[in-house]
Design a protein around this ligand. Structure first.
Ligand SMILES: CCCCCCCCCCCCC/C=C/[C@@H](O)[C@H](COP(=O)(O)O)NC(=O)CCCCC
Ligand SMILES: Nc1ncnc2c1ncn2[C@@H]1O[C@H](COP(=O)(O)OP(=O)(O)O)[C@@H](O)[C@H]1O
Ligand SMILES: [Ca+2]
Length: 578
């Protein structure tokens, strides 16, 4: 039986009288003056109420309740127009109403609670929170305890908090520990920490489904737990691109109200390595080199990327390779259609219907996607491009971030089952600088003769014929053999570098850092072996959402809407703030 949630009465805020109306979906209050004229109305969707309490309640600086019997306090999401040039900042709104009687107060609180239950069914009650205490400016713990935990408490959310003590602790926990009772997982950290959590969640889901995630042909099962991101890292691109701002309170409010944003994920495969996943950036060449270089300067905090970016730019490298890609349907969207994926995006909604044609996801989705991908795997429809590239980048979304407010690919979609492949060919250094600089403005970075962008479902990158990647073991033994035969140093470097043979150099180039999780933060080998060294490395590494993949040849495939975030995409500023 449907409960009638409608309620209307006069309420007071201080000395001002308001006409308050609960329609079921909305709660609104309008100031009424002495002549019964209605003034400004504030309307809040019930789904955006954070909570309510009887009495006069303050939560800042600390929660205090004065249990008056005619008052109740409502907490709600309030949008602010001062959220920077891109998304909308959400703030915590609080209003304290007084009623004519205690009975009316109880009627309001019970109706509002019932409306919340009915219209906000997907709110989390119990969350597993991982804090990386070393991410970004090392403020994760403080951000969570001072800004986020009080809001969770107010909203009645209980949380189990784990402050990590090592890299990959969160991933391992998600892979092995009992997760029953949790509605979602919260990541307090940057893109690397998010990536760790995403790997744990995707891995766990496939384990439970009995699927082999390393198999490129397997259709992965979407994860059922949502992930919330409290930005506390260096780039925080996943948060920025899915919420529109990097603000812990805004993110906490999206988590509290149980927002849901599906996200495409690209799996990156190499024959001898475990699968890796990426949402923001799979980048070879410039972005791979910047990451490898930046690991040596972690002490600089987020600035390490700017410093390393400048260093790598000055080294002016390009790398040979062959890129194959499987184009997505050009009738659905294009990376140069000048559209933006905003909250409620119709391209993404249509993709949901295409990717999950029946409302009961599981088997139907599985078989549909499998057959679709199997036919894609034939060479039919694949396109190849060979050459020397300054960078080969792939992103499943715009990858906007404070450094680049419109992102690597401004018209990419969060959840359309495709990604954008950006190929930047060898070019004059000033041309490349122009390309990079355009990321910081609204000028079109693809409108340059040496840049191409393709919307794709899958891609692979290989080294040129004859220079294909050997297995690292082969290279190691070859290097050892060469070392035995060779005595003369290559140039006047330090003794370790001097004794490096051709294969060793190549080995170092390819596996520059070995396959270590970035969080180990061990001393990496510099990309710059010294002014005397004129020979640039022949190969680069991949930057996989801030993690180094120590190999060159990969195959990537987009898995549409594989994970869900507590977010709603970028809200259209014009539509939301009056
Ligand atoms: C002359 C001005 C040049 C400005 C170039 C700006 C280009 C910025 C593009 C940024 C794309 C970011 C994609 C996201 C990558 C993150 O996953 C990764 C890890 O983040 P985190 O864990 O929070 O540290 N960040 C990077 O790889 C940084 C790339 C910076 C390149 C300059
Ligand atoms: N306690 C820890 N000690 C060292 N590394 C950690 C720890 N917890 C997480 N990490 C790792 O730190 C890396 C970077 O974290 P992140 O939060 O993304 O910061 P940043 O944005 O500054 O790179 C992640 O790859 C994660 O695996
Ligand atoms: Ca996408």
């Amino acid at each position: 039986m449907e409960i009638d949630l409608r309620l209307e009465s006069s309420l007071w805020v201080g000395k001002k009288r308001y006409k308050a109306v609960l329609t079921g979906w909305h709660f609104q209050w309008t100031e009424v003056d002495k002549n019964n004229r209605e003034k400004k109305t504030t309307s809040v969707p019930v789904s955006e109420l954070i909570g309510l309490e009887k009495g006069q309640v303050e939560i800042l600086p600390r929660k205090s309740v004065e249990d008056t019997d005619k008052d109740f306090t409502v907490f709600y999401v309030k949008r602010s127009s001062s959220g920077g040039s891109y998304g909308l900042l959400w703030q915590f709104g609080r209003i304290q109403f007084s009623c004519a009687s205690r009975a009316l107060r109880d009627q309001w609180t019970s109706h509002l609670r019932a409306a919340l239950k009915t219209h906000s069914p997907s709110r989390p009650h119990r969350l597993l929170v991982f804090i990386n205490p070393y991410g970004g400016k090392k403020k994760g713990r403080h951000i969570y305890h001072s800004l986020v935990a009080p809001l969770f408490e107010l909203a009645g959310i209980t949380s189990h908090v784990i402050v990590t003590e090592r890299a990959n602790q969160a991933r391992d926990h998600l892979l092995k520990k009992d997760l029953s009772g949790f509605d979602g997982v919260v990541c307090v950290g940057g893109d690397g920490m998010f990536s760790e959590i995403m790997h744990g969640m995707i891995g766990r889901t496939q384990q439970e489904a009995g699927l082999s995630e390393n198999d490129l042909n397997v259709t992965l099962q979407p994860c059922h737990l949502h992930i919330g991101i409290i930005p506390a890292g260096s780039t925080d691109c996943v948060c920025f691109a899915t919420v529109g701002v990097n603000d812990p309170v805004t993110s906490a409010l999206h988590i509290i109200i149980g927002d849901s944003q599906p996200l495409d994920v690209c799996s990156a495969h190499h024959p001898t390595e475990p699968v890796r996943y990426s949402v923001s950036l799979l980048g070879y060449g410039f972005y791979g080199d910047v990451l490898a270089e930046s690991e040596r300067h972690r002490w600089m905090g987020p600035l390490r990327y700017d410093f390393s970016g400048a260093m790598v730019y000055l080294s002016s490298r390009s790398y040979a390779g062959v890129v194959h890609y499987l184009p997505a349907d050009p009738l659905l969207s294009s990376p140069r259609d000048n559209t933006r994926c905003l909250s409620g995006c119709s391209v993404c909604s249509k993709s949901t219907e295409r990717l999950f044609p029946h409302s009961t996801v599981s088997e139907s989705v599985h078989s549909f996607q499998c057959s679709q991908y199997r036919s894609d795997r034939s060479e039919a429809g694949w396109v190849s491009v060979a050459g020397r590239f300054r960078c080969v980048s792939f992103t499943c979304m715009s990858s906007s971030c404070p450094r680049s407010p419109l992102g690597l690919s401004p018209s990419a979609h969060l959840a359309d089952g495709t990604g954008d492949l950006i190929l930047v060919r060898e070019s004059h250094p000033l041309g490349f600088l122009k390309f990079l600089h355009r990321h910081t403005s609204s000028e079109d970075q693809f409108d340059l003769p040496f840049v191409e962008v393709h919307r794709v479902k899958a891609f692979r990158f290989s080294l040129p014929p004859g220079e294909e990647e050997d297995s690292l073991e082969d290279m190691e033994s070859e290097a050892a053999r060469e070392r035995e035969n060779q005595e003369s140093p290559q140039c006047g470097m330090d003794s370790e570098t001097k004794s490096r043979t051709g294969s060793e150099q190549q080995l170092t180039d390819r596996a520059k850092v070995g396959y270590k999780p970035r969080g180990d933060w061990s001393r990496e080998k510099s990309l710059f072996c010294g002014p005397c060294c004129t020979e640039a490395p022949a190969v680069s590494v991949w930057n996989c959402d801030g993690e180094i993949l120590p190999f060159s040849e990969i195959q990537g495939r987009v898995h549409g809407q594989l994970v869900h975030l507590y977010a709603r995409g970028i809200e259209d500023k014009a539509a939301c703030v009056g």
